[in-house]
Write a protein that binds this ligand. Structure first.
Ligand SMILES: Nc1ncnc2c1ncn2[C@@H]1O[C@H](COP(=O)(O)OP(=O)(O)OP(=O)(O)O)[C@@H](O)[C@H]1O
Ligand SMILES: [Mg+2]
Length: 500
């Protein structure tokens, strides 16, 4: 084994008297990929924020290369060679790709600005090329998709000559293809002696990629193993404290009913999707498959009224519905769970309970605040069902762990009782136990007559949940699959146009 780069001993952290971390020992060796796993709220991000000087620990010590260090702020962490790609992306959306990668070290505010700009472009190209990503260095972040933004975050950390690179759920928004590219880079970095701490809820990935794994549960380390010694089931047992049977994941959906609740006819939006026609039945889960750029999210946005199609029509429950805004969609009981939860307008400074009330007002409820009591009751119900870890309904959203914030978004959307729900990557960033709860919940909702359009890049999710799958390729419907035809091979054939 390689020498130890970083050793944290006896680390403790409390928030409002509640332990987020207790007596944590954690070591990272030079040139290893060290995975950190645990349920939502287990303390993973908190531990990493301590290593990065964002939080200071209440107790414990940290040593780098055998000597004790005080990491008082992020600048100092950076100086020590510790860099993090945060779970919540933190890019400046109004700046370009290059400006973001070099932010903090910009060689610009000089008379030589033009020269610097050329150098900036070259340097940025070099870093981007290492990833094999075709991004324009001067593209504004606002025009980058979520996968591209993630890549920029990683480039930014690499640019800082990190010796210890921390990735907090780097792949949750990447496609399998992009994730593969990232893994190749991480292996290269490992070979160059850089240590990597890797947080992910995708346990298969961990078992494949990591050298060692540390498991956190309720703020304490419950295991540290060689990755080669553990399987996915072992990790689940260590994280959750019990086994989860993969086969009871999807619950009982029942069969779709005859009634058609949504019908799209020839929807077209130039450059995004073309001639898209399909119908959705009551109680049906329609999976929407396709590669990135196939037009899935754009189509979802059009159905939700956030994007206006050039031509074509939508009927809801048999009636023509000219949905021109999300508000109208919500009035028709059509809701959309956004791929990028940040845009899903949680109010981070408000409490969990207040966030529930707000969406009800947005949904155009005439009773508004009078529904407060019912909302409060429902908040509690969903908090319980989705196992959302809060100190209570009055906890600030900003203080929840990343996964728990996402659960709030889902719960809040379900609380408005939509009849048609479009879910874009519903389980991104959600731990294995809560995933199961979400699948069971969605299954029982469709069994009670809700209809769902499911967009997901996780094959088992699409295959396990969908009654039918519609595949998109280059903005056009490339085919439908149903029943036993819903297989990974068939989906890939339709989505990627691969023969066979
Ligand atoms: N600033 C804060 N104020 C109050 N509580 C906090 C704060 N930051 C984190 N916590 C709490 O500490 C606990 C651990 O949170 P943390 O974000 O470390 O979890 P995590 O393991 O990263 O989870 P996830 O997988 O959901 O990202 C949670 O209960 C969370 O609510
Ligand atoms: Mg986290």
């Amino acid at each position: 084994m390689t020498p130890i780069l970083l050793r944290a001993e006896g680390v403790e952290k409390r928030f409002d008297g509640i332990y987020a971390l207790r007596n944590v020992d954690f070591t990272v060796r030079k040139g290893e990929i060290h995975a950190l796993v645990g349920e939502n709220g287990a303390g993973k991000s908190t531990l990493m924020k301590i290593l990065c000087g964002v939080y200071s620990p209440d107790a414990g010590s940290i040593a780098m290369d055998g000597s004790r260090v005080e990491i008082r702020d992020p600048r100092q962490a950076q100086h020590l060679g510790i860099s993090i790609v945060h779970q919540e992306l933190s890019l400046f959306v109004n700046l370009t790709v290059a400006d973001n990668i070099f932010s903090g070290a910009l060689p610009t505010a000089t008379p030589l600005r033009m020269v610097a700009k050329g150098a900036l472009r070259r340097e940025t190209r070099k870093i981007l090329d290492e990833f094999g990503f075709d991004l324009d260095p001067f593209q504004p972040i606002a025009e980058c998709g979520i996968a591209e933004r993630q890549v920029v975050e990683i480039c930014k950390a690499l640019h800082r000559n990190a010796r210890l690179l921390i990735l907090d759920e780097p792949t949750s928004s990447l496609t399998p293809n992009e994730a593969g590219k990232l893994f190749a880079i991480l292996r290269k970095l490992r070979a160059a002696g850089i240590a990597i701490v890797y947080i992910s809820h995708r346990l298969e990935e961990i078992v494949d990629m990591a050298d060692r794994v540390t498991v956190l549960k309720d703020g304490a380390v419950v295991a540290e193993r060689l990755a080669s010694d553990v399987g996915v089931q072992d990790l689940i047992r260590l994280m959750v404290g019990r086994e989860i049977n993969m086969s009871d994941y999807y619950g009982r959906r029942g069969a779709p009913q005859e009634e058609i609740v949504l019908e799209a006819d020839n929807l077209t939006r130039k450059g995004m999707f073309e001639g898209v026609s399909f119908s959705l039945r009551k109680g049906e889960i329609l999976g929407l498959s396709g590669l990135v750029g196939a037009g899935r999210t754009e189509l979802a946005l059009a159905l939700f009224g956030a994007l206006t199609p050039d031509s074509g029509s939508i009927r809801i429950r048999g009636r023509p519905a000219g949905i021109r805004s999300p508000r109208q969609a919500l009035e028709l009981k059509l809701a959309y769970l956004d791929e990028d939860r940040k845009n899903n307008s949680l109010f981070p400074e408000m409490s969990v309970r207040e966030n529930f009330v707000v969406i009800d007002l947005k949904a155009g409820s005439r009773f508004g605040l009078m529904n407060f009591r019912r909302q409060a009751a429902e908040t509690g119900e969903f908090v319980r069902r989705l196992n959302i870890q809060t100190s209570g309904p009055d906890q600030r959203i900003a203080d929840l762990s990343g996964g728990n914030q996402q659960k709030v978004v889902i719960a809040r959307l379900l609380a408005i009782n939509p009849e048609i729900l479009i879910c874009d990557e519903p389980t991104r960033g959600i731990d294995v136990g809560a995933k199961r709860e979400i699948y069971l919940l969605l299954s029982s909702l469709v069994a009670h007559g809700m209809s769902i359009i499911l967009i997901s890049s996780e094959m088992p999710e699409i295959i396990g949940m969908s009654h039918r799958v519609m595949a998109l390729r280059n903005g056009r419907v490339s085919g439908f699959l149903g029943g036993a035809g819903v297989t990974e091979e068939n989906i890939m054939r339709l989505a990627a146009g691969r023969a066979g």
